[in-house]
Design a protein around this ligand. Structure first.
Ligand SMILES: NC(=O)c1ccc[n+]([C@@H]2O[C@H](COP(=O)([O-])OP(=O)(O)OC[C@H]3O[C@@H](n4cnc5c(N)ncnc54)[C@H](OP(=O)(O)O)[C@@H]3O)[C@@H](O)[C@H]2O)c1
Length: 352
């Protein structure tokens, strides 16, 4: 070991071996992933070796392994794009980080080749963003994608004022839970749509406890006049769709004339059907959001600030979402849950 924690071999700093979830071809993640011991790699002068602490299984990770995500790392690849780790060793020219710091991959610079589902990751200093060690690890591991997406989508499409409302489907998703709370913080009400499934009553109550103003099952919205269900809430001018199919039509149905629906996911893998009425009589607008497009703009400083802001909300109890920490050794059980094979589950977060 050297002073930095890494193993020294012929005066080079080397990382420890890394236990990793690797895929060599695209396909269903439960059939194409396997556990592999990767050999030590050199920690070059500008590199930082990070010992991973926790990493989530996000829908985009699944889509990437399936080969249906627009960004596909060269194969073989290690799964996972997000997570939190502790700096284990640094190269001789690294100035901003030291062993013991907690870091996440910066959403700005983390590449499609990151691979957070492994025990040690070696990447250049600029890939990592130092974060507050007091942030609970399940939040630190998941703060940079879903909460950031919720925050941006509330800010970037329609000017919302206190007293306005938004509508969304997939409200039980991590993004959905964040939208409810970040909207509420701005005095904005949320109308939430969830699918009809076992445990939906409990899911409704949990969303209400987060501050959801209305929560409807999809089947409850099969009425002609949805406005009558809104009580004294104003009709929303902004809607979010992460499901597609009928769930997207229900968002459109709730929007006021001139409203905008932002699509950011496609959990049902079904297309969006838009009625002529939506365009002609309601003049609705359809937009899309992709965090990776947003972060590829010149947003480094803003992004760091937003993540610090979101961590602050977590630390003061203003922002919560459900996660389930699961030991890395139980990856296949966590994957089954993330794939929905065992019903609905909170966000699965691997604990290394
Ligand atoms: N565009 C972007 O930049 C961006 C960024 C972040 C996330 N996303 C997308 O946002 C979506 C949500 O991500 P997340 O990480 O927040 O989700 P998550 O926490 O993993 O939750 C998954 C959500 O999808 C629902 N769901 C799963 N399978 C479904 C199906 N077949 N039909 C209908 N609903 C289904 C679940 O509902 P139940 O609770 O009923 O199981 C739950 O609400 C994903 O599509 C993800 O790729 C996009």
């Amino acid at each position: 070991m050297n002073g930095n924690g890494g193993l020294r071999s012929f005066s080079k700093i080397m990382s420890p071996q890394s236990k990793a979830i690797v895929y060599e071809r695209h396909g269903s993640p439960d059939s194409v992933t396997r556990v592999v011991m990767l050999p030590p790699v050199e920690v070059r002068e500008n590199d930082v070796c990070v010992k991973m602490i926790a990493a989530p299984i996000n829908p985009a990770d699944i889509n990437q392994i399936e080969g249906v995500y627009p960004v596909r790392p060269p194969l073989p690849a290690v799964g996972g794009q997000e997570g939190v780790g502790e700096v284990y060793a640094v190269g001789s020219r690294v100035k901003s980080l030291s062993p013991g710091d907690f870091v996440i991959p910066s959403p700005i610079l983390s590449s499609e080749k990151l691979g957070t589902w492994q025990t040690y990751v070696v990447k250049e200093e600029g890939v990592w963003q130092k974060i507050d060690k007091m942030c609970p690890i399940e939040y630190a591991a998941t703060i940079a994608v879903n909460p950031l997406t919720a925050l941006r989508m509330l800010e970037d499409f329609v000017l919302l004022n206190s007293g306005d409302s938004v509508v969304q489907n997939g409200a039980t998703s991590t993004v959905g839970q964040c939208i409810i709370q970040l909207a509420r913080l701005r005095g904005i009400s949320s109308i939430n749509i969830i699918r009809d499934r076992a445990g939906s009553d409990e899911a409704k109550e949990k969303l209400k406890a987060l501050g959801a103003n209305k929560v409807f099952l999809e089947s409850q919205l099969n009425v002609k006049n949805v406005k009558s269900l809104l009580g004294n809430l104003p009709e929303p001018s902004l809607g979010f769709n992460c499901i597609g199919g009928n769930a997207a039509s229900l968002v459109l149905k709730n929007l006021r004339e001139g409203g905008t629906m932002v699509t950011y996911g496609a959990m049902s893998k079904k297309p969006i059907n838009v009625s002529t009425t939506s365009f002609v009589f309601k003049d609705l607008s359809l937009r899309g959001f992709w965090l990776q497009r947003w972060t590829s703009l010149d947003k480094a400083k803003e992004c760091t600030k937003m993540i610090d802001y979101l961590i602050g909300l977590v630390r003061d109890g203003t922002l919560k979402y459900e996660t389930e920490l699961i030991p890395f050794e139980d990856f296949s059980a966590a994957l089954d849950k993330a794939l929905g094979k065992r019903g609905s589950h909170p966000k699965q977060v691997l604990r290394f």
